[in-house]
Design a protein around this ligand. Sequence first.
Ligand code: NAG
Ligand code: NAG
Length: 352
Amino acid sequence: MGYILGLFLTIMVINNVDSQELKLRKPYSQKNCPATMTNQMKAANILIARKIIRKLENITSVLDCSQPCASDSLCAYFSYHSVNRRCLHFKGLLAEHTIAQLMSDGWRYGRSVNGKIVFYTKLSTCDTEYCQKSCLFDIKEFVDGFIPYGAGNGDQFVREGDDVTDCTPVSGDFPLFTTKGHYRLCISSNGYFTVDTQSFSYTPSLENNAHIMMIPFNADTRSNGSDISFRMTSDPNDMILIDEAIMLSLNRPGYPADYKTKQALLVTNNNIPHYKYSRSNERYHFQTVLATDFTHTFIYMSFDRVDVGGPDNIGFNQPGICTRKFGLKSDGSLVTNSNIGIPGKYVFLAVC
Ligand SMILES: *[C@@H]1O[C@H](CO)[C@@H](O)[C@H](O)[C@H]1NC(C)=O
Ligand SMILES: *[C@@H]1O[C@H](CO)[C@@H](O)[C@H](O)[C@H]1NC(C)=O
């Protein structure tokens, strides 16, 4: 009796303390979840609530949530809600179905690994028992800290080959990079992009180049047909992730005071090799986001692996208008440096 009363009181207290944090609305409305799920989900919420060691309110960015954990071993994992600006700290890893539950309620769940923020992301497959028996989805930790990519996220792939390029249409309202009226963006197997026209050069110079182009990283790499992927996206989940990074750059002179991405082109080079098969152990893993609100365009780059450096030509070129180099050294230091406080990540406004 005492035990039951104690349990009841514990549940009451936890429910009161955390009702603000854990609300559980979406799984039901989204998927017509059977009513029998309600109790299981409430129980999962109690499990989550028990593991919270600290809560932060009114935080301004994901860094306010992740940074305290860098020096605090109690806070192995954190959860971050970008809309209600709340942060939860956890002592340990939560069970998978409870992570999926947090995520279905708008929380992101992750940890800091050597200063890099690593998040769990939703998968488009449903292979676990909890996924098949509930209204939740399968999840996976994306250790590269990139915006989710690949076939499961609707990406297309650059064809197989050396010095190949594939193009995707873009809206004429998308500034590339400082002018509008463009119609396509072409992705090269050598790491760079050109606008409207195609280039097959393997190490283009940025200056005096006839192409409108952007180089996040360039080396003489090749495509295996399923390692360079891209998609144009307006998905709200992608927009939130992109804006979190861009927000960290907005205090710079000349940058807009406020900004919200409406559309973005996402290009991921997923461990692409050098073109020479004898150097095929070299790998290059980076992601580039060209984000726009149709007034400004931001370039957001994330680097996870750069084994051998390339030419120092990172930036963009707008023939007859300007060539803008970002001043980054094109080598392994890209993975550890940053201009927004998160190792491997860089944000630049596309202005001359
Ligand atoms: C957060 O902001 C709200 C509204 O400004 C305020 O009422 C609340 O006290 C703040 N909470 C903390 C912990 O600062
Ligand atoms: C192509 O690259 C991807 C990503 O690195 C890898 O998973 C895949 O196995 C590679 N395919 C071939 C045929 O080498």
